[in-house]
Write a protein that binds this ligand. Structure first.
Ligand code: ADP
Ligand code: ZN
Length: 606
């Protein structure tokens, strides 16, 4: 072990209380601590923060961390302070008196780390102050914000290229979890990291269980999922509209679940309050539009549910990635219906993007629909999409209960012909009524009760036909118009299928209850077996300590640490040191309190 590695490991164990590094952390830290530049692509929850925090502590001077979101900075600073690290933040929410104090601390070299919003960093007087400050490194968090390709472009981020020019000898480390190639390229160019080392980890989030279900009664499906799997957990429910977030939150509340809404149309005071409650409370559900989530580092979000399809696979990966940052089992569940495709398509069609861009967006949407209707491993499909390979994961709905498939050639032909015979302008429900021979006034008026496909599909129920039509849309044999009426028409691929007489395997719709039960079993197996009673007692103590200091509970200890305490039941300070996530400062601050709970609980149940 080199001296650098030894020092890094010492800090990891003493300050953070973690026994060992994960993945490439050690290599990244050694490289940056020795003055190198780095580009780091690591999935959410992979442990990017330590990659800049430990080198900041190792190198002389202050580590400057550029971060786009205030909530995130506050959280990180609170967590650092709990570890005994001298950290501060400068952003628009900090009063000028306090900024003055922080500036003096900078001049006196009294800070280990300073989090700063990009627009503050770029101010002339701040840069001048930095000219005379000893800087350990620049860390650029959420670095995809420099890219117009990224999902969260921030114009100020592009000006960060001046860091390389003005402070050429200070190491720069840029970090992101965003997978796509154009974004990566942009980051490396803008921040001048070509000469640095690039660390690209795989994209897998093994602790997340993925499942995707056809939507029939969204609210009941959601409720069943929460009650069966996450009754005592926090989670995010993504809805496609502002109205839906409020309806969903109100409805969950009626069902006895603590739920809040969040969307960009709320006034900023209410938004901040809801976000703050989500961070600080346990067992709370946020029904939100995608305006919520970026920079939410609540590590114990146990599930992310999508009430309709997201924009594409990148967005899905990003949004579901907010679950299980702490590495404990978490779930991602999506409920989707055929109308979703039409809605997303209309967003693309109506956008002001140039046509080639729209073309790409449509392709991405069909890749997502393919994922929804896939019969194979969900994770494998997503990882393939990002250029990673792997075997079926054994930890998604399709792996847990392989969907049955059937020869759907004949059914598909019937469905396509029916769409053709009825003039390619009606929705699936209408076509299905024609297929199963269920005429109504409108059908008679158009004479569609007389077409050759009337009543030829009695072998399937209406629900089965729904599934067949969804799969035909997903395979792009049929396309849904984007006018909002859901009218179906046959694509060139659909006509080719009719002409070339290809065989087609389709998945049979299955009732998913079995999948849920199996999934539950898997989660409890992967979780350290811990004494539930004691875990709850420890959790209560953590909440009490957190409330007293107005801090989010996870800043005191993560669930993972409490689980370990509840299974190992340490009875001394020395034994407590052996628990992952218990560093020296935490022993000083909370050691006695938690040991007392463990002792007391052990006596009561002895
Ligand atoms: P990211 O920024 O990549 O999403 P974080 O830096 O927030 O991830 O780390 C995710 C979680 O993993 C945090 O709770 C962090 O404390 C924990 N963690 C990071 N590195 C280690 C490690 N070597 N051992 C144990 N836990 C770790
Ligand atoms: Zn799988």
């Amino acid at each position: 072990m080199t001296d650098t590695s030894r020092q890094a490991t010492f800090i990891l164990q003493q300050t953070y209380g973690y026994p060992q590094f994960r993945g490439e952390q050690e290599a990244i830290i050694a490289h940056v601590a020795s003055g190198g530049h780095a580009f780091v692509l690591m999935p959410t929850g992979g442990g990017k923060s330590l990659c800049y925090q430990i080198p900041s502590l190792m190198r002389p001077g202050v580590g400057i961390i550029v971060s786009p979101l205030i909530a995130l900075m506050q959280d990180q600073v609170a967590a650092m302070q709990q570890l005994g690290i001298k950290a501060a933040a400068i952003h628009s929410g900090i009063e000028s008196g306090e900024i003055g104090y922080i500036r003096r601390q900078l001049q006196e070299n009294a800070l280990d780390m300073l989090y700063v919003a990009p627009e503050r960093l770029l101010m002339d007087d701040f840069l001048t102050l930095l000219d005379s400050t000893r800087i350990a490194l620049f860390a650029i968090d959420e670095a995809h914000c420099v890219s117009q390709w990224g999902h969260d472009f921030r114009p100020h981020y592009t000006q960060l290229s001046l860091l390389a020019e003005r402070f050429p000898n200070v190491p720069r480390i840029a970090m992101t979890a965003t997978a796509d190639a154009p974004t990566r390229k942009d980051i490396i160019e803008r921040l001048q990291l070509k000469q640095g080392r690039h660390f690209v980890a795989g994209f897998d989030r093994p602790n997340i269980h993925y499942s995707i279900l056809p939507r029939n009664n969204a609210r009941q499906q959601l409720l069943q999922f929460i009650r069966e799997k996450h009754a005592e957990d926090s989670g995010i429910v993504y809805c496609h509209s502002r109205g839906k977030t409020e309806e969903t939150a109100a409805w969950l509340k009626e069902q006895g679940i603590t739920a809040l809404a969040y969307h960009a149309g709320m006034d900023s005071e209410a938004r901040t309050r809801h976000q703050q409650r989500f961070l600080q409370e346990e067992n709370i559900v946020m029904a939100a539009t995608i305006a919520f989530g970026m920079g939410i580092h609540k590590p114990d979000v146990r599930f992310v549910a999508h009430m309709s399809i997201p924009k594409n696979i990148e967005a899905y990966y990003q949004e579901t990635g907010r679950a299980g940052r702490d590495g404990l089992p978490a779930s991602a569940i999506m409920f989707y219906g055929m109308g979703d495709a039409a809605l997303q398509r209309s967003f693309i069609d109506d956008s002001t993007a140039p046509e080639p861009q729209k073309h790409i967006e449509r392709q991405k949407l069909s890749a997502l629909l393919g994922l929804c209707e896939a019969a194979g491993c969900r994770r494998q499909i997503m990882l393939n999409y990002f250029g990673d390979s792997g075997a079926p994961c054994g930890h998604c709905d399709n792996c847990n209960s392989a969907p049955e498939t059937f020869d759907g050639t004949e059914s598909a032909r019937k469905a396509l012909s029916c769409v053709y015979r009825t003039g390619q302008r009606f929705g699936a429900k209408y076509a299905i009524d024609v297929l199963i021979g269920k005429p109504d006034e409108r059908m008679r008026q158009f004479g569609h009760d007389k077409v050759s496909t009337f009543g030829i599909g009695k072998e399937h129920s209406a629900q089965e036909w729904q599934s067949i039509f969804r799969q035909l849309v997903a395979r792009h044999f049929l396309k849904v118009d984007s006018m909002g009426h859901g009218g179906l028409s046959i694509t060139p691929e659909g006509f080719a299928f009719l002409k070339e007489k290809q065989n087609l395997q389709l998945r049979r719709i299955t009732v998913k209850r079995k999948g849920l039960a199996q999934e539950k079993k898997y989660s409890s197996e992967t979780q350290a077996p811990s004494d539930t009673g004691m875990f709850h007692a420890l959790k209560a103590e953590r909440l009490r300590l957190a409330k007293a200091q107005n801090l989010p509970p996870y800043v005191i200890f993560h669930d993972k640490t409490l689980h370990e305490m509840a299974s190992q039941k340490p009875s001394s300070v020395a034994a407590l040191r052996g628990i992952s996530g218990v560093g020296e400062q935490k022993i000083r601050l909370y050691g006695e309190q938690f040991l007392a709970i463990i002792r007391q609980y052990a006596e009561e149940t002895a």
